[in-house]
Design a protein around this ligand. Structure first.
Ligand code: NAD
Length: 248
């Protein structure tokens, strides 16, 4: 299926590994020109070298909303304009009510909520003017069903999800869609740091497998496609059946 986005431009935050890199691969395969960011220049270069396509690497620390804004500004300057924005970052460390202090909430809000908001604030106005844009935030199954050992992550992403919903409705009339892709358990560096092994990770997933970053990226690419123009304000669970709730 041709997603109808050949020649479009995209910024994928934290695109040097994991779910971000899976997304970069899927968009590059559709002929999208890309900018990606990360903190580590050599890791960024390895990612660029691993993907067949036109990709610019920009160093940025998404723990800082100002740095997140600069990433999008540089992406716009380098690519000429930005048609697609995929917001993403690392994940906050695990913690429960008992052992999550106030600073941990602040850090999670800065990286997983305020930096994401700032990237949207930087990219969306020009998309609206041109009458075409796609925004997809990589969040978590934790926004559907909070994860008790990822307190700060779950709390920060719930706030971001409200922002995305309100923004989606506000900009829908200008040809800009705003959605999120909500990963369950995918076997990436992030999950390998939290769960001892892949088998254990899969054991809590109804599908009895862990997710694959490239499959995840393909789903994000679809949300950024021409054909997805009528899909906005939604959160797509990609979780092998992990979330048990009925409501979106
Ligand atoms: P990952 O750790 O495999 O990759 C994250 C990427 O972000 C890496 O390239 C890393 O270098 C980069 N990064 C980390 N901190 C950064 C920072 N401050 N500034 C710039 N770049 C930074 O993680 P992942 O599994 O791909 O997860 C991506 C996001 O999805 C995370 O927020 C994670 O919490 C969330 N998530 C992942 C899963 C999963 O199963 N993998 C499930 C739920 C939510």
């Amino acid at each position: 299926m041709d997603l109808g986005i050949r020649g479009r431009t995209a910024a994928v935050a934290a695109g040097s590994a994991g779910l971000g890199l899976g997304t970069v691969k899927a968009l590059a395969a559709e002929g999208v020109r890309l900018a990606i960011c990360g903190r580590d220049a050599s890791k960024l270069q390895t990612a660029v070298d691993s993907v067949d396509g036109e990709i610019i690497a920009i160093e940025a620390d998404l723990a800082s909303p100002a740095s997140a804004r600069e990433f999008v500004e540089q992406a716009i300057t380098s690519l000429g304009q930005l048609d697609i924005l995929v917001t993403n970052a690392g994940g906050p460390p695990p913690g429960t009510f008992e052992n999550t202090d106030l600073d941990a909430y602040q850090a999670a809000f800065d990286m997983n909520c305020r930096s994401m908001i700032e990237m949207c604030r930087t990219a969306i106005p020009a998309m609206r003017e041109r009458g075409w844009g796609r925004v997809c935030a990589i969040t978590s199954v934790g926004v559907k069903q909070p994860i008790e050992f990822l307190m700060a992550s779950s709390v920060a992403r719930a706030g971001l999800t409200s922002f995305l919903k309100i923004t989606a409705r506000e900009v829908a009339g200008d040809g800009v869609t705003v959605n999120s892709a909500q990963p369950g358990t995918h076997w990436t560096d992030r999950v390998a740091k939290i769960v001892p092994d892949r088998e254990t990770a899969a054991s809590s997933v109804p599908a009895r497998i862990t997710g694959d970053a490239d499959d995840f990226g393909a789903a994000v690419a679809f949300l950024c496609s021409e054909q997805a123009k009528f899909i906005t304000g939604t959160g797509l669970l990609i979780d092998g059946g992990q979330a048990s709730g009925l409501l979106d």
